[in-house]
Design a protein around this ligand. Structure first.
Ligand SMILES: [Ca+2]
Length: 103
């Protein structure tokens, strides 16, 4: 795992292209590519990445320009939303740990 922001940005680009290059346009994710990315990279964060309805829903939400594929900019929106959610979880866990230590 990267310990710096530049490394995290490079990792983000690498992960996207690892999946986007499998079929169709190599710079966008098809539904199958998105499904594989969600399953392999975010399986523990998302419920039901194997569920076709869940993948369909995420695809519709991410596909801002409605061209049927997810480009890098659209993908980054998902990562940003999940990162914000993780940060909120981290803050709650930290508060909980502090309340145990200081009471
Ligand atoms: Ca799109």
């Amino acid at each position: 795992m990267s310990a710096n922001l530049k490394g995290a940005m490079v990792d983000l680009i690498d992960v996207f292209h690892k999946y986007s290059g499998k079929e169709g346009d190599k710079y966008t994710l098809t539904k199958l590519e998105l499904k594989n990315l969600l399953k392999n990279e975010l399986g523990e964060f998302l419920e039901g990445p194997n569920d076709a309805c869940v993948v369909e829903k995420i695809m519709r939400e991410l596909d801002d320009n409605k061209d049927g594929v997810v480009d890098f900019q659209e993908f980054v929106g998902l990562v940003a939303a999940l990162t914000v959610a993780c940060n909120e979880f981290f803050k709650m866990a930290l508060k909980h740990a502090e309340s145990i230590c200081y009471t």
